[in-house]
Every structure is written in C-alpha cells, then in structure tokens.
Ligand binder design. Structure first.
Ligand code: HAM
Length: 441
C-alpha cells in the first residue's frame, strides 16, 4: 500500500502553468493601468486582529458572522485570515499616519483572501482580489476616478460588454431613515420571512434586500425604496457622480436594488457582473466609505475603492486577451541535438545531453529563453514544444556543428531554415525582443 495522498483543502486549489502565466499577465496589466492613475502598491499582512474585521466589515455581516478563518495563535492572539482588504488598508493608513501625506492617497493591492463559504463555480475559500482604495479624496470626484480606472483596466483586458451597476446607499442619515421605514414595512410580515431574514430584521434589515427567495422578493416589491429616504446631500452626490461618468463616457446602469454585503459603505456603491459566471456573477464590487477610517481610530476620511475577484475575472477573460498573452509569453526555444559524440557533439561523458545544455545556456545568456531536450525524437520534441508553447525548435546536429550553423524550425509552420550560428542567434533574439516590447506597450 502506498503512503497517504493529500489533496488541496476544500475550497482551495493549485494554480498551474500555463494558466499562471495568464494570471501574471492580468496582474501586469493591473499594475500598468493603476500606475498610470498614480496608484502605488500596498502589501498588508495576510492575517490581522480579528477585531479589525469585526469592526471594519461589520459584526452583522455574513463575512464576520460565519465566513472568517479565525484562530488563536500560540501567543493567545485572536487573529483572522483576511476576508477582504479594505479594512487592512485603512488600518495601515491610520497606523502609518498617511493622513499627513499629501492627499488623496492612492493604493492598490493584489493577493489572496479567505472566506469560509460553500465552494461552487467561481466561489472559493481562498480566492484572489485585485483592488484599489483612494483615501482622503473628495466625494463624487473620487468615486468617478476609481470607476474610470476600473473601466480602463477592464477595457485593457479586452472586455467590451461589461456594465457597471451603480447605486447609492445614502449617507448615515439616509440609511437610518430607510432602515426605520423598511422595518416598519416588514415587521407585520415577519411570519412570512425566513429565519435568516427575521434575524436580520433586528440586526441588519438592509441585507434582507439581498434575498434569493422568490417569496421574499415578491414581498419586497412593495417595500419602501431607499431613494425616498435620501438626504439632499446624498442625492446631489449621486447626481454628481453620474454627471462626471457621463462626461467621461463611462457606461453604467443605475440599479436601485443594489446593496453590498459589507457594512462600511456610504453613498456610492457599484458592482460589475458577468453573465458567463452563473449565480456567482459579480466580478467586482466596491463603493465609498466615509466612516471607516474614523471607526479604526483615524481622522474623518473619505474613502472609495473596489475589489475584483481575480479567479472570476480569469474565468471570463476575453479570448482576445488570452490569445495575445499566449503570443507575448511565447514560451521558450526548445533545443534538440541529433548525432553522436563521434561527430564532436558533447564530450565523451556528457554526450548529447551536455551539448544541448551548452547550447541552451548560450541562448539564455543571449536573452533567449531556452530548454534542452537532448536527443529526444522529433515527435517528443514537437509534443513538448506545443505543451510549453515554444515558438521555435533549434536543431544542432553533426552537419550544423561542422558548418557553424543551426537549424531553426518554426513550431507553428513546421518550416525550417539552416543559418549561420550568429544569424540564428540574432534571429531568435529579435524574435523574443518583439514579445517583450509588445507585452509592455
Ligand atoms: P466583495 O464584494 O465582498 O467586496 O468582494 C469583491 C469581489 O471579490 C466579488 O465581486 C467577487 O468577484 C470576489 N469574491 C468574493 N468572495 C469570493 C469567493 N468566495 N470566491 C471567489 N471570489 C470571491 C470587497 O471585498 C470589498 N473589500 C471591495 C471594496 C474595496 N470596497 C471598497 N473598496
């Protein structure tokens, strides 16, 4: 009997090549686009004090209530694997006194998040977010800036049909009034509500609007609208956000039922959904939060940001981007050696393996990515080249050695050409240089 075999823990997974190259390419685009908007990268710890999330994300949310990976460490600290990063970024903003820097502060992050949710298509327990936060800005203008950057990023990935769903959840005053009216409307129907919703009636009634139950949705059709409870300030802020987005040509749909599952939002909230994902169709969520920094011990600070679910984003990535990425990564050159050491290939001990390794190393030193397959058969060489996406195969045999040439075979066309060694090196160098320059354009 063999030893016990292990599997990745439920809800987690390995990301493997060649897909990881796609992840890296998406992240490279994020860095490039966010950099263009003046955002700098922040890397916060993967775990934080549990209390940070309880206070930041909100005690009554699903995340804090049932989805956190919390544990006590050996020093008796109560810590939690981050379920999201906005609270961490605000904690860091306060901890490092970033309010004394020229405002606003623009930060982005890329990394894993952890939520104990029921795994399904597009939903994992360890998932990845690409997010950004703009802190210390000015209301509607900041909201629009964040949305402009988000849309620019998605466009750069080749998305053409994604719509931003936009709403306002009002300021604290609007929300208190809406909460009061919603509870007043729902209370007499409490019997018809699910247990979850009944509990939320007292803890977080706004979350009842998220219900997936058709009966509850029917009941909610007659419920009061947040819109009716908005203060003048919230109303004009929402109008201003739309005005700026219109002026900048950013498309959106106002979706008055959109609420978000985290407690810190005020005024502008948004989501981006994709039909391709089924039930878990939100690829991005975000919005403004005016009270969070203060809640975490800092000064009153306007904040707005978003987080894209990278796993879901990759799932629905346009084919155009995937194709471009494949071309740009371009794999490696595969070296194949034919002949034997009697022809002067390799030394007596290492033979063809070493001859191939030598040539591959020379290519790498010239900036050409290369691997050697030694004296593999043509069939094996092609199979490998196709597997790693190698655009070319370099063949070195007795003839080439004698004449100081190399034979370069293009994988796609299977056409080959024997050329002087120098010329082959220049050709391959130019070939790969073109990848590098087109991927960073
Ligand atoms: P969120 O809506 O909780 O917002 O998450 C943002 C995105 O993360 C979702 O739209 C989804 O694509 C992805 N996501 C969430 N949970 C999972 C999961 N279990 N598996 C796969 N993907 C998932 C936030 O996290 C806020 N911090 C966003 C924000 C930033 N608001 C302001 N600033």
């Amino acid at each position: 009997m063999g030893a016990k075999r292990y599997q990745a823990v439920k809800g987690t997974r390995d990301l493997l090549p060649p897909e990881t190259a796609l992840w890296a390419a998406v992240e490279a685009v994020a860095r490039r686009v966010f950099g263009r908007y003046g955002f700098g990268e922040i890397r916060t710890p993967i775990f934080e004090d549990t209390e940070l999330f309880a206070r930041g994300v909100g005690e009554s949310t699903d995340i804090v209530g049932k989805e956190m990976y919390s544990f006590t460490d050996k020093g008796g600290r109560n810590v939690t694997l981050r379920p999201e990063s906005t609270a961490s970024v605000c904690r860091a903003y306060v901890e490092h006194g970033m309010q004394t820097l020229p405002q606003p502060v623009r930060l982005f992050y890329i990394g894993p998040q952890f939520r104990y949710e029921r795994p399904q298509k597009g939903r994992y327990r360890q998932f990845h977010q690409i997010g950004a936060e703009l802190l210390g800005g000015k209301g509607a203008e900041s909201d629009a800036e964040i949305l402009l950057m988000l849309v620019a990023f998605l466009r750069e990935l080749g998305f053409t049909d994604l719509k931003v769903l936009l709403n306002t959840v009002g300021d604290a005053e609007s929300r208190a009034e809406f909460r009061r009216r919603l509870v007043e409307y729902l209370r007499p129907h409490a019997e018809a509500l699910s247990e979850d919703s009944r509990r939320r009636l007292d803890t977080n009634p706004l979350r009842i609007l998220d219900t997936k139950s058709p009966e509850e949705q029917k009941l909610l059709a007659g419920a009061p609208h947040l819109e009716e409870c908005l203060t003048d300030a919230s109303r004009s802020q929402f109008a201003r956000v739309q005005e700026i987005l219109d002026r900048m040509g950013v498309e959106y749909d106002v979706s008055s039922r959109l609420v978000r599952g985290l407690d810190y939002y005020t005024n502008t909230v948004f989501e981006i959904v994709s039909e391709g994902l089924g039930a878990q169709n939100a690829i991005c969520g975000g919005g403004a939060y005016e009270g969070l920094v203060e809640e975490l011990g800092g000064p009153a600070t306007y904040g707005v940001g978003f987080a894209i679910g990278e796993d879901r984003l990759i799932e629905v990535l346009p084919g155009s981007f995937k194709e471009k990425q494949k071309l740009q990564v371009g794999g490696t050159v595969v070296v194949r050696v034919i002949g034997d050491s009697a022809e002067g290939l390799g030394d007596a001990r290492g033979g063809l393996e070493v001859a191939g390794q030598e040539l591959a190393e020379e290519l790498r030193r010239a900036g050409v990515p290369a691997v050697s397959l030694g004296d593999a058969t043509p069939a094996k060489t092609y199979a490998y080249a196709e597997h790693v996406g190698a655009p070319a195969i370099v063949v070195l045999g007795g003839d080439e050695l004698k004449t100081g040439t190399l034979t370069v075979r293009t994988t796609a066309t299977r056409k080959q050409e024997t050329m002087p060694r120098e010329a082959a090196f220049s050709y391959l160098k130019a070939f790969f240089a073109s990848f590098v320059s087109s991927s960073s354009s």
